[in-house]
Design a protein around this ligand. Sequence first.
Ligand SMILES: Cc1ncc(COP(=O)(O)O)c(C=O)c1O
Length: 490
Amino acid sequence: MKIELNRSSPVSLVEQIYQHFADRILSGYFPGGSRLPSVRKLAKTVGVSPVTVVQAYVLLEKENFIERIQGKGTFVKDFYSEKGERNKEENILQQIPDYVHRTQDMYYDQQLANIQFSSPIVHPDLLPTEFLVNSMQQLIQKEPEILAQYGEIQGDFELRKALTNYLKREKIDVSPEDILVTNGSQQGIDLVARCFLGPGDVVFTEQPTYPAAIDIFRSRGATVIPVPMDHEGMRMDRLTSLLDTYTPKLIYTIPTFQNPTGFIMSQKRRRELIELANEINCLILEDDPWSEIYFDQSPPVHIKSLDQHGNVIYLKGLSKILSPGCRIGFLVASGVILNRLIAAKTNADMGNPLINQKIILPILQTNIISHLLKKLRDTLKQKRDLSLQSLSDFAPASVTWTRPQGGFNIWVTLPQGTNTIDLLHHLKKKNISFLPGSACYPSHIEWNHLRLSFSYVSDQELKKGIKELCLSIHEYLEAPQGKNRQAPLF
Ligand SMILES: Cc1ncc(COP(=O)(O)O)c(C=O)c1O
């Protein structure tokens, strides 16, 4: 068994061994029921003392990843049974280890649920799909040669020009030369990680945060250090004290309508964060999927607009407001930082498909985008209100939730000791999905949260789904081991 331990890291060897197994159990690499190596064998293989391995196994057991059966060995718990079944056949991975340690598709393959609360996506009826179809037809007729060309690696110039105008309204004043078009903002996170992170590097993220960002940083071998949040975003006092132990190269933040909590980082904290990044010479990756979707008042200015020294890479995706299918996102950076990111984009795919960039252009060049955003804000505000009302009507008294002022998500908290993965298994039978909050924790997982995305379903499904969800929570909490569960209940 190969475990890469970094002996000069401030992260203890116990934590590193714990993290290795936790990630790989989450990804399905070690399916439920797999036997982990004995303490003595693992200690010998990785060159640590048996006490270190015992402590790592104790942590894993405490977090319900494994169970130790006297006289038999240490086994992975059966959380992800379906995934486990699949991977049992793929045990070639045991001989040829991959480097996408924590990544999995489990959380993303539930879109077919009848009532899907798991992915923060907008229902196609709310997006300008018909407009895009017409735009594509006209484009292909008028300029068929577009299919026979590579586009510019940095992105179509006309699109970048339109994006600078869009950003001006957002108080980010840049030129087309400062923009790199990416395949969704997801690729933006990946490019930043490929350029600037490697084994031993440290990234600070909010805790909880966007699961795919954790996966990407970990796949580069970086150490992800979570910073707790409150209603004003990342806690600067906690961040500052973490600096006594860690030197981050990158701080990843979703300051506006944070995914998954919906929190907004206050103006004051935005300023403090950028001052700190300048002081310690680190980069900030500001991920901004949906700041335009505000319900009450517009959010504080972007961290990027406060950036005077080029420390901030701003990342925007158009999936949540125009089209997830076109996979258009972009990042804003400058100087050598941008040059390296363009180099990484060259390695990754030599540029986005030109046609996808061209078909969204008219939307950005006209007033259509303002109308679209207004429609989205109005509709999603109604859905937010309906969701909150349904939760108030049906949720048990011990359950709490956030009241997002924008974005697509409500963060729901069950009593301590519960595990929303159990609840998800139960709800799957009713064809309802959500994201178990545990996916959003880089470490020290809290199992008792769930993210409810209210953006996709009809109002009728929303009411019905939340009622069913709440009924299942009632049943779960009333079941004999609903609290402090050791094994799946349903
Ligand atoms: C915070 C955050 N970043 C990035 C993404 C990726 O979006 P896309 O690649 O579709 O732009 C998402 C998707 O939900 C997200 O929530």
